[in-house]
Design a protein around this ligand. Structure first.
Ligand code: NAD
Length: 504
């Protein structure tokens, strides 16, 4: 049987808890105490490929449904999520250890994207264009694409699926979801909660869920020629494996990969604002967001003043580590023991390389994968190679840049392989313009006077370089989920050829 807590949460959601398959099942452990939450059945390759069959058949029906009617289904999904926001937030909190307040924010993001997609369903459309030929009209038609494979990471166990699925459904696509094996319960709950909305309308098979414990089944899906779009969220290492496989069959990949995000603070900045944003960005979600702040570059004139604000803030945060179910705690656990080991190793290497650990630095004794939010003051004026690594934990490196050296700070910010999120704190309009110039931030997200994490769904979300170049959620990210058709209609009695060619 699943743990009592999981049974209660599923009951609150109006769902039957998943069966316990005993030894050999996919084991889900509570990251805050190490207790087993569930032992789940997984799918083999045949079962996964059979789901693609079903998703493909469902796509053929869904693509002919008017867009606004598909939008209505997504609206109903949003309503279902509104009703069950608290239950689903509790599940996110229990399974991946996200603080309950942040878990509520994650489910709210699902609701928001459903609202966005509902509106979008009435506005999806292309342009009409001027034809060079007499009596001709040109236009762009956007057509549904097909089966979308959504591979998601553990740290946004429900929101990432919704960024993909809400948009894919209004575009007329079906979705096969392969969640992280570390967040399978969240996958099951979302699937069971929302699939009935599609089922009632006769489109239940447009939503499929594949659970697996290793990557073999996922790789079979990635290789499946019936899937025209693979949307994969996770580490750069995963992207490096998935991308060539999808490219080898000339299909589309939408990649949302790792980040190594920086905040620049110049001497004109409001340091209280900056310190607050830095602490939330670096320590929130225990540093397990793709957009977590990992590096700060501060102008030398205000470096000590900023550290004077960050150090006490970090000391306070260290007193607010604990069970993520208690909203008084601001720092929950890391996902598993390997993540704790990666944290400990990074802190040791930072100290060995001359970093001054000003706060935190320790994993907590006892049950659960808790670590202290850690602040490392890095020697100025020299490279510190560890800063180029994304350690998925609450470690923040702070380095000063010379007074007046904004260009140097921007170059340091851009010097890493990833290009997801970036921010500058400044009251100087010149610095803002510099940050937004073509030589400025090279990231997909660039903020002024707010932190690197916590994007709104209305914008297109994603990053450059090894973050993968994909864009999800708002703006025109929907274009990845459709195929564009350029259509020319001849309304005249003649057949003029393009480019004025005569062929008589
Ligand atoms: P991960 O790369 O270990 O796993 C992500 C997903 O990919 C999982 O579902 C996993 O099973 C699957 N996967 C792994 N190898 C695969 C393969 N060879 N073929 C097919 N599927 C494979 O990442 P994680 O530890 O779950 O998440 C943390 C990472 O995700 C961090 O690097 C973080 O920055 C990144 N992330 C990025 C975004 C973004 O939008 N850019 C959002 C969330 C997380």
């Amino acid at each position: 049987m699943a743990s009592t807590e999981i049974q209660n949460i599923f009951a609150e959601l109006g769902l039957t808890p998943p069966a316990d398959v005993g030894e050999g099942g996919l084991v889900i452990k509570d990251p805050s105490n190490g207790q087993t939450l569930a032992r789940l059945a997984t799918h083999d390759e045949d079962a996964a490929l059979a789901m693609v069959d079903k998703a493909q058949a469902a796509f053929k029906k869904l693509r002919n449904m008017p867009g606004p009617k598909r939008g209505e289904l997504v609206r109903q999904m949003g309503e279902m999520l509104r009703t069950h926001k608290e239950g689903l937030s509790k599940l996110v909190c229990a399974e991946v250890g996200k603080g309950i307040e942040e878990a509520r924010g994650e489910v709210q993001e699902m609701i928001d994207i459903c609202d966005f997609a509902t509106g979008l369903s009435r506005t999806l459309g292309g342009r009409t264009l001027m034809s060079e030929r007499d009596g001709h009209r040109m236009m762009e038609l956007w057509q549904p694409l097909g089966v979308v494979l959504c591979i998601s990471a553990f740290n946004f166990p429900v929101a990432v699926w919704s960024w993909n699925a809400a948009i894919a459904f209004v575009c007329g696509d079906s979705v096969v979801w392969k969640p992280s094996p570390k967040a399978a319960l969240c996958g099951i709950a979302v699937h069971e909660l929302l699939k009935p909305v599609l089922e009632k309308a006769g489109h239940g098979d447009a939503m499929q869920l594949v659970l697996e414990r290793d990557v073999k089944v996922a790789e079979a899906l990635v290789d499946d020629a019936r899937i025209p779009l693979v949307s994969a969220t996770g580490s750069c290492a995963m992207g490096r494996k998935v991308y060539p496989r999808v490219a080898s069959r000339l299909a589309r990949c939408l990649l949302e990969l790792g980040g190594n995000n920086a905040i620049i603070v110049d001497k004109t900045a409001n340091l209280d604002l900056a310190a607050h944003a830095i602490a939330f960005g670096a320590a929130g979600t225990a540093g397990q967001r793709c957009t977590s702040t990992r590096r700060v570059f501060v102008e030398a004139a205000v470096a000590d003043a900023l550290m004077g604000k960050l150090e006490p803030a970090y000391r306070q945060l260290s007193e607010r580590i604990g069970d993520p179910r208690d909203s008084a705690n601001l720092i929950g656990p890391l996902i598993d023991e390997q993540a704790v080991a990666a944290f400990t190793s990074a802190v040791e290497r930072a100290a060995a390389a001359g970093g001054d650990v000003r706060a935190g630095g320790k994993a907590l004794e006892g049950d659960g994968n808790f670590v202290q939010p850690t602040l490392v003051r890095v020697p100025d004026g020299q490279p510190f190679p560890l800063m180029a690594e994304e350690t998925f934990a609450p470690i923040l490196y702070v380095q000063a840049f010379p007074d007046g050296g904004l260009d140097e700070a921007i170059a340091s910010q851009n010097s890493v392989e990833q290009g997801l999120s970036s921010a500058i704190f400044t009251d100087s309009v010149r610095a803002v313009e510099r940050f937004y110039s073509p030589d400025g931030s090279d990231c997909g997200i660039a903020n002024v006077n707010l932190g690197t994490s916590g994007a709104e769904i209305g914008g297109a979300f994603g990053g450059e370089k090894e973050t993968g170049g994909g864009r999800e959620a708002g703006s025109d990210a929907w274009k990845s989920y459709m195929r564009r058709q350029t259509c020319t209609i001849n309304g005249s009695d003649a057949l003029p050829l393009a480019q004025g060619i005569k062929w008589e």
